[in-house]
Design a protein around this ligand. Structure first.
Ligand code: UN1
Length: 497
């Protein structure tokens, strides 16, 4: 069966019949290039926002723990449909089976996190300088949240945002990547089951908008949407940020990464090799946390590259549906062209391809992951190419390695492999890694949802999922209550009338 037909069968099973099809957004599986037809776009985007605003008026009145109940039910429905949704992620985004399942597990994890959060949206009480006064800080629902998501985590990123937004009292409008509308439709069908069981959720609490770039731009410009959470390229994020800032809206950006690993002479190389392989070639190098730069001490570079070469030469690249496969396809032929072009530029800029880079199918989207030794962090190294290319650079002094790690425009994830406490702690210090995520003896990808996820500089500065990332989805209100019979003014100001 073609990947597209299998995807169609899963959608049917989830209750999404012919109504989904007959539009102009052609879907194509990267697995075998098959197409199941064209998906129908959302035609009245304005009505979507109107419904969302109306839903907000009701949802903000529902107690937060009750809102959490909806997310708990979503978690149950996701557990029940885990295999189907994961399979669809494999068919539509090309992830290997284990990573497809991992993506849905990430959604389930964030549901659990958000359910707990629904009873922990803590504010503060503050001492007032005025007698008989209370001051407190309360977190209120914000309003409709627009989630713009990318193809590489076609469903988990929605869940990180939607689960938090829903417990925070905010309706959600989801504009998924044009490359992955089917997983979005399936996720929404699963959410609809949770909503049906919940009983009294307002209509339009969570809506899906299928469409292209202009649709996203129109939504981002709408002043009725106080928060736009966008995941994708730095170029897209800058455009969204400017549109949202022009109307003084809030944006939460999770953009490109250019993640490095520093390997020191004391590093456990067995562990390093495994961590490098997973983070550089996992998801075919299409995570924003993928390892792109390997900064190795000069004394161990040859030995490490030799070991990596061996591992890369036997990497099972191929159909992600097969259980032995570790590297599936790139998302489309444009990504393949990007891979080829970056390798050509790397060679022009003095790089030497140590392994990989050749196509597995000449006209298709399957490639052999590449390792390229670079003389310096040239222009191509500073750029995030969304494909499995690992640039290797060497250093002789640890300070120099940290400076190299920080010397790129992006600031998402980073890590060091070392057995030295001094090096590890320096890496995690104020003069260490400048990224939003910094790890020791773990690769840069595969973060858990409990921590705040996001990064600095060109990565956009947003934080999603864990820790106190929920605060971005709420409105902070400072409240002062006078329970005395006087009306003293702050700062001792006198104003008697
Ligand atoms: C992304 O690549 O857009 O840390 C997100 C990770 C995943 C999320 C990646 N938990 O790799």
């Amino acid at each position: 069966m073609t990947a597209a037909n299998e995807a169609k069968a899963i959608l049917n099973r989830l209750g999404l019949g012919e109504a989904v099809w007959g539009g102009t957004l052609t879907t194509r599986s990267p697995v075998d290039g098959s197409t199941a037809g064209a998906v129908r776009e959302t035609d009245d985007v304005d009505a979507v926002v109107t419904r969302s605003a109306a839903a907000f008026d009701q949802w903000k009145r529902v107690p937060a723990p009750r809102r959490g109940e909806l997310v708990r039910l979503l978690g149950e429905e996701l557990r029940a449909s885990k295999d189907d949704l994961a399979r669809l992620v494999t068919l539509e985004a090309g992830k290997i089976v284990s990573e497809g399942l991992g993506e849905v597990q990430e959604m389930i994890d964030v549901c659990d996190f958000a359910v707990g959060l629904s009873r922990q949206l803590y504010g503060l009480t503050l001492p007032s300088e005025r007698p008989g006064h209370h001051m407190r800080e309360t977190w209120q629902p914000l309003g409709p949240v627009l989630v713009i998501s990318a193809f590489n985590f076609p469903v988990a990123v929605w869940a990180w945002n939607a689960c938090l937004a829903l417990v925070c009292g905010d309706p959600v409008i989801w504009k998924p990547s044009e490359k992955t509308p089917l997983t979005a439709l399936a996720t929404h069908a699963i959410l609809d089951r949770a909503i049906a069981r919940f009983g009294d959720a307002p209509e339009g609490l969570s809506q899906l908008v299928i469409g292209g770039r202009e649709t996203g731009e129109r939504l981002a410009a709408d002043p009725r949407i106080p928060l736009v959470s966008a995941t994708g390229s730095t170029r897209m994020g800058k455009a969204v940020a400017q549109t949202v800032a022009a109307r003084l809206g809030r944006s939460l950006l999770e953009l490109g990464g250019n993640n490095a690993m520093i390997v020191t002479p004391s590093a456990d190389l067995d562990m390093a090799v495994r961590a490098i392989a997973f983070s550089a070639v996992g998801t075919c190098g299409q995570r924003c946390t993928s390892l792109r730069r390997l900064l190795v001490h000069e004394s161990i570079a040859d030995a490490l590259i030799a070991r990596l070469k061996k591992a890369y030469e036997t990497l099972p690249v191929g159909d992600p549906r097969e259980s032995a496969t570790l590297v599936g396809p790139l998302i489309d032929t444009a990504a393949r062209s990007g891979f080829d072009a970056a390798l050509a530029q790397a060679v022009e800029q003095g790089g030497e391809i140590a392994v990989g880079g050749d196509p597995v199918d000449r006209d298709g989207v399957y490639v052999r992951p590449a390792i390229v030794r670079m003389p310096a962090q040239t222009a191509v190294v500073e750029h995030e190419t969304f494909a499995p290319i690992l640039y290797v650079l060497t250093w002789s002094d640890f300070d120099e390695a940290v400076a190299m790690q920080n010397a790129v425009p992006q600031g998402l994830s980073s890590c060091v492999f070392t057995d030295s406490v001094r090096e590890a702690e320096q890496f995690l210090s104020a003069w260490g890694s400048d990224c939003g995520i910094a790890n020791v003896n773990i690769g840069p990808s595969g973060a858990e949802i409990g921590g705040a996820f996001g990064g600095e500089k060109d990565t956009g500065g947003g934080r999603e999922s864990g820790s106190d990332a929920w605060k971005a989805y709420m409105r902070r209100q400072t409240q002062t209550v006078n329970f005395s019979r006087d009306l003293p003014l702050a700062q001792g100001v006198k104003f008697d009338v």
